[in-house]
Design a protein around this ligand. Structure first.
Ligand code: 5AD
Ligand code: SF4
Length: 443
């Protein structure tokens, strides 16, 4: 049953930034094994899908990709197919039963076992899998194939203990764990030496960094940010995702005080209705969120706020939805990711009565998107004529002689320039959409 080792791989990642970051480590492991990356599945001997399970759409998308993988494998049976990530963890039985094309399944806490799993599959000819529940080995410590550029993700926590009633994350990524500050800062220093200028700390809930009872390091999130500010060469620091119930006074102060920490906060509110927030088990109410936004705005001039919103949660009435619209108006978000509630087996909300008619949910989503876009455009238009600091990320993919960079508020700006990636450029903002700008270098 033993077969030749694959020489090339194709990797497709879905979902959030944490998954994209995991994908950098999957690529790193495979490249350390000597495999070269291919951009099309037809050409690769090993096909890897790094999956997401947050909404149902992700399941159907994976089924489509596995159908394509099956067609490719039919022509050449030596191809190997790996399903990694959250769906591999949460749907392992169904995947093995319904998709014989799958050779290896590897959950997000077991990525370090990928090399062994591939070898096991090769030697036995039988599907292999690993599904560790909690994080004991950080994928951040695995080899990493990072996309070139001045920005890098740095993972600081794994898992989530919040159990928001709609969310599958705590079931697939396990208990919340903090990574040792010394390891994190060593990684930031290494990245700075490689030319990285901006880091984004990643975690499901970064504000609870260091709060787990068994965490040996006793560091706090504010302390960690403070440490990162001291790393030479790092011009900007941001972090994602913040939970409103865990934003501390120390963090608010740091946001206002340290130049490297960008004045941008992604602060998912999910709903503006007290009864929905309670049923979601978010741990704050409407007024609590509004008060937090007020404190943040007072302490951090020019703060950009973005959020996540869910419509159609079980039992959501028209009045609840109106509360969400009015909260969005009151907060003045710079942008929002908007979702229709998608029931996930295992979660508490999947068992709640009061399912919202899908047509009603779609209409609510559209009304919310319209509001978010109008607000984003108005906030961006109010900045036209201003000169802002832009960190250049890359040459423009669309226009010769142009570059793409981001403001401190994480908004993309396109402008004519010969500046290299990593340069900080003063740019006058000339035109705005709801999510981006065009500008010119300020003389
Ligand atoms: N249905 C719809 N959206 C969800 N999210 C998480 N779980 C669900 C679900 N079951 C959204 C939340 C979260 C973002 C990452 O995804 O808004 O903040
Ligand atoms: Fe899911 Fe809530 Fe944890 Fe975010 S904080 S990952 S929404 S359970």
């Amino acid at each position: 049953m033993s077969r030749a080792k694959p020489q090339t791989y194709y990797l497709r990642s879905f979902g959030c930034q944490m998954n994209d970051h995991d994908a950098e480590h999957i690529a790193g492991l495979l490249e350390e094994m000597g495999l070269a990356r291919e951009e099309s599945p037809e050409k690769a001997e090993l096909l890897v899908y790094n999956t997401c399970s947050i909404r149902e759409k992700a399941d159907t998308r994976l089924a489509g990709h596995l159908g394509e993988a099956a067609r490719i494998k039919k022509k050449d049976g030596s191809r190997l197919v790996v399903v990694a990530g959250c769906l591999a963890q949460s749907r392992r039985e169904e995947l093995l039963r319904d998709f014989p094309v799958v050779d290896v399944l590897v959950g997000p806490q077991s990525l370090h076992e990928l090399t062994d799993l591939l070898e096991r599959r090769r030697l036995t000819g039988r599907p292999a899998g690993a599904f560790q529940e909690d994080t004991t080995c950080w994928s951040a410590d695995l080899p990493r194939a990072r996309a070139e550029g001045p920005l890098a993700w740095v993972q600081i926590t794994a898992g989530c203990d919040n159990f928001c009633s709609y969310c599958i994350v705590p079931y697939v990524r396990g208990r919340e764990t903090s990574r040792a500050a010394a390891d994190i800062l060593a990684e930031v220093e290494r990245l700075a030496r490689e030319g990285v200028r901006e880091i984004m700390f990643l975690g499901q809930n970064v504000n609870s960094y260091g709060t787990q009872p068994d965490f040996a390091g006793k560091e706090t999130f504010a302390g960690l940010l403070h440490g990162a500010c001291g790393v030479a060469g790092i011009e900007r620091i941001r972090f994602m995702t913040s939970h409103p119930k865990d934003v501390s006074e120390a963090l608010i102060e740091l946001l206002g005080a340290r130049n490297q920490i960008c004045e941008h906060l992604h602060l998912p509110v999910q709903s503006g209705s007290d009864s929905v927030l309670e049923a979601m088990r978010r741990g704050y109410d409407r007024q609590g969120y509004l008060n937090l936004v007020r404190r943040l705005r007072r302490a951090v001039p020019g703060l950009a706020l973005t959020t996540d919103l869910i419509v159609g949660f079980p039992g959501e009435t028209e009045a609840d939805f109106e509360d969400t619209l009015s909260l969005v108006e009151a907060c003045g978000f710079d942008g929002a990711f908007t979702f229709i509630y998608s029931p996930r087996a295992q979660t508490e909300a999947a068992r709640l009565p009061g399912r919202v008619d899908p047509e009603v949910a779609r209409t609510r989503l559209q009304r919310l998107v319209d509001l978010v876009q109008r607000q984003g455009r108005e906030r961006n238009e109010a900045l036209l004529g201003e000169v802002v600091e832009v960190l250049v990320e890359r040459r423009s993919r669309h226009a010769a002689g142009e570059v793409m960079g981001r403001t401190r508020s994480y908004k993309p700006v396109n402008f004519p320039s010969s500046a290299r990636p990593g340069a900080l450029v003063a740019v006058e903002l000339l035109e705005a959409t709801s999510t981006s700008f065009r500008g010119r270098e300020a003389g």
